[in-house]
Design a protein around this ligand. Structure first.
Ligand code: HEC
Length: 477
């Protein structure tokens, strides 16, 4: 009887196998591929894409692979992760088979890189949105990653390239590199990041840059988030001094935060990410990581900061319990400090930053670990501030500004948030502190890294891979 069952199951296996084989012979290769990689594709989209982007071909489009591009080395990285870069290990989440299939899926994508590169990312340069039609004008191209932007009083765009250069772009589109920029650690998520002019720039020519500062210690490179102030004269930055440095330094290469914004009170707000040290940094007032800081324009501490009197606390801290905040802007009407931050897998947040508040990372969160396990079952707790909005799944937000001026009356007062993962600019309609509607703009153009209103009233957007800056120009119908 046992034998009968075995034979029967063998027969049915052969039958299923054959029908599967039959299904694998349609004329289009695509269906066959989708069948082979169905599971890998699902894992990639739900888990890997959060960090590597939705298109696996874009991820596979790299000149150098950390450990070579053999299947074994790809399997090695997926299984063991890259702790210092923020890539988790997946050997306890997925079976050897699943990891094997993921590696095949990536190798297959590698072979399609040319096809992906040659694909035209946008059909036309005119986009139809819910409320208006607009066109895309390229302001500057040929960058690695336009991480931060600001504008000179004469209207010239100042844009950082994460690889370490600061450019001034005139209305003719010509770019001039500014000399005297501090040396940066261009690795992982670090590099030259935000740029912000002093509110009285016309009088003092002060310009602020955030970046990953570094030092060598015991043969190891350690990095941190720093802010330098310099005096801009023509295309030269001089008298450069560090006005903020997050301590301690770490060997990790991710979660630097680094957005800058001057508040209506003339103080400089700085976001510092938790450097991948979620258990040590965000809840400790003795450490700078995982905080929003507030300093005077010369780096000294405002006497009304919340923890100046608290023993052992870092006096520059304004709020704490943050993960990796890459969005910071001031509400044009209320003057409130609006921030957004990357959650883990799920749980990216928008917060209104208030003096001394604890935003809860990693005690409370709407997200889970990248490997699917949980690290907290709490989304709220007494004494911890709730976000006004959170995204599940994560959109990987970077850059934020409010629509002001009169070029887009339909969008006036909306919040704009870049999405690295889904490659769009999220237009967020708000009513007070409530998010009432979202619409993705410029979808598919590129990973949106930065967004800023220009003094000419237009929306400027910085995109990466490849790096360029566009402006959105409404089109009369
Ligand atoms: C939390 C973010 C994160 C998640 C989630 C993540 N990775 Fe990574 N991964 C990284 C970082 C950071 C690197 C190093 C930088 C780079 O090479 O892009 C990396 C590198 C890699 C590499 C090595 C690339 C090389 O150059 O050798 C592979 C392969 C890889 N990831 C595959 C995956 C797969 C497959 C998944 C999903 C199961 C995944 N990753 C999920 C962050 C992540």
């Amino acid at each position: 009887m046992n034998r009968a069952i075995i034979i029967l199951s063998l027969l049915s296996f052969v039958f299923i196998y054959q029908s599967c084989q039959n299904q694998e012979q349609p004329d289009s290769d695509k269906t066959a591929e989708a069948h082979v990689f169905a599971e890998a594709e699902k894992i990639y989209e739900s888990v890997c894409a959060g960090c590597h982007g939705l298109e696996v071909a874009a991820f596979a489009d790299r000149k150098e692979w950390k450990f070579g591009d053999s299947k074994d080395s790809i399997i090695y990285v997926i299984s063991n992760g890259l702790a210092e870069e923020g890539m988790p290990a997946f050997d306890s989440t997925y079976s050897a088979d699943q990891i094997n299939q993921l590696a095949d899926y990536i190798i297959d994508a590698k072979e399609n890189v040319e096809k992906y590169r040659n694909a035209d990312p946008i059909e036309s340069d005119t986009f139809q949105s819910e409320l208006l039609t607009y066109r895309i004008d390229t302001v500057i191209s040929g960058l690695n990653s336009p991480w931060g932007m600001d504008f000179l009083p004469g209207g010239e765009l100042l844009v950082t390239d994460k690889s370490g250069e600061l450019y001034m772009v005139g209305s003719d589109g010509n770019k001039t590199e500014i000399s005297g920029v501090p040396d940066v650690l261009y690795e992982g998520q670090g590099g030259l990041m935000d740029v912000e002019l002093h509110p009285n720039f016309e009088q003092n020519n002060f310009l602020y840059l955030s970046y990953s500062i570094y030092k060598e210690e015991d043969g190891e490179t350690l990095g941190s988030t720093a802010v330098a102030r310099g005096v801009l004269d023509g295309n030269k930055l001089s008298s450069v001094e560090v006005v903020f440095e997050a301590l301690p330094y770490f060997a990790t290469k991710h979660h630097y935060g680094s957005r800058l914004s001057f508040g209506t009170d003339g103080k400089l707000f700085i976001t510092a990410g938790e450097r991948g040290k979620r258990d040590e940094n965000p809840q400790s007032l003795e450490r700078d990581g995982g905080k929003v800081h507030r300093i005077n324009d010369d780096g000294t501490i405002p006497s009304d900061n919340p923890f100046v009197e608290k023993e052992g606390a870092k006096a520059s801290i304004y709020s704490y319990g943050h993960r990796n905040p890459q969005g910071l802007t001031i509400h044009p009407v209320t003057g409130e400090v609006w921030e957004h931050e990357h959650g883990p897998r799920g749980g990216d947040e928008i917060n209104i930053i208030e003096k001394g508040n604890n935003y809860g990372w990693r005690t409370i969160s709407y997200g889970i670990n990248y490997d699917g396990s949980t690290f907290t079952d709490k989304t709220e707790m007494e004494g911890m501030t709730q976000p006004i909005h959170y995204w599940v799944p994560s959109i990987a937000p970077s850059g934020m500004d409010f629509v002001t001026g009169d070029k887009y009356p339909e969008w006036k007062g909306n919040l704009l948030v870049g999405s690295l993962k889904y490659k769009y600019l999220d237009r967020v309609e708000i009513d007070g502190h409530t998010i009432v509607h979202e619409e993705p703009l410029i979808k598919g153009l590129g990973r949106v890294r930065s967004v800023r209103m220009g003094p000419d009233g237009y929306i400027y957007v910085g995109l990466e891979r490849p790096g360029f800056v566009v402006k959105l120009v409404p089109v009369e119908e």
